[in-house]
Design a protein around this ligand. Structure first.
Ligand code: SF4
Length: 238
């Protein structure tokens, strides 16, 4: 069940943490913007800021990024977008050529096959336009909640919360929500997070989770959120 910001703050005392400030999400985001300003951006946002922010480009990039590091995703997408930025252009690409453009990412052949199939379906079933609902997007092979949310949020600019492992881990450590899986965390966040942060939370927490609130031994001692973070489940901070 999700803890509201208020209940999370109120629960601090019950958890024996009277030393903590109330959790204020607006303050948290202001601190996160400063803390992540000099860090490498998450792949989708890096591509958006380089001019590849259309719904189709974001959908493609999110699929390419599955189980692939951002450092590999970005150059692979730049190679692909140099020759195909639309459903029609991608559908026309030879599948072997497409797989070659995706070299370095995980499962390039399978992703090439799926991307071509999605491009064709967008042309045949959606008039060449990426559908703008999570339900329609998730009917495409390989598209789960996170990819649908990135496409809607970053591509269309619609409020959508993309929860990956970093977002899931960090908001649960804060004590802002208490959810066992990324899917449940997404639902919990939708209940408590103000909509103005729905797109931005992924942009901030991916680099923050990679470099500060790391999976093993998070860097709590220098963390700007430490005064309000409940550090739930953190046993061995740095
Ligand atoms: S204080 Fe520690 S657990 Fe909390 S956000 Fe910072 S690094 Fe993560």
């Amino acid at each position: 069940m999700a803890a509201t910001p208020k209940s999370a703050a109120a629960s601090a005392g019950a958890q024996g943490r009277p030393d903590k400030e109330p959790f204020d999400i607006a303050v948290a985001f202001r601190r996160l913007r400063r803390a992540t300003a000099g860090l490498p951006k998450a792949a989708m946002f890096e591509l958006r800021d380089r001019g590849y922010g259309s719904p189709f480009e974001q959908l493609v990039a999110a699929l390419v990024s599955a189980r692939t590091r951002d450092e590999t995703t970005v150059p692979a997408c730049l190679r692909l977008f140099a020759v195909a930025r639309t459903p029609a252009a991608l559908a026309a690409l030879d599948e072997d050529r497409l797989a070659a453009l995706l070299r370095g990412v995980t499962f390039p052949e399978a992703k090439a096959r799926d991307l071509k199939a999605i491009a064709r379906r967008i042309l045949e079933e959606h008039g060449g336009r990426v559908p703008d609902s999570a339900e329609a997007l998730r009917r495409f092979r390989g598209v789960g909640p996170k990819i649908a949310a990135l496409t809607l949020g970053v591509g269309f600019g619609r409020p959508a919360i993309a929860v990956d492992v970093h977002v899931h881990r960090v908001v649960n450590r804060w004590g802002y929500v208490a959810a066992p899986t990324p899917e449940r965390t997404q639902a919990a966040l939708e209940a408590v997070l103000p909509r103005r942060y729905w797109i931005e939370i992924n942009e901030r927490l991916v680099p923050f989770g990679k470099f500060v609130c790391t999976r093993e031994r998070p860097r709590c001692s220098g963390c700007v959120l430490r005064p309000m973070c409940r550090q739930v489940g953190v046993a061995h901070p740095r």
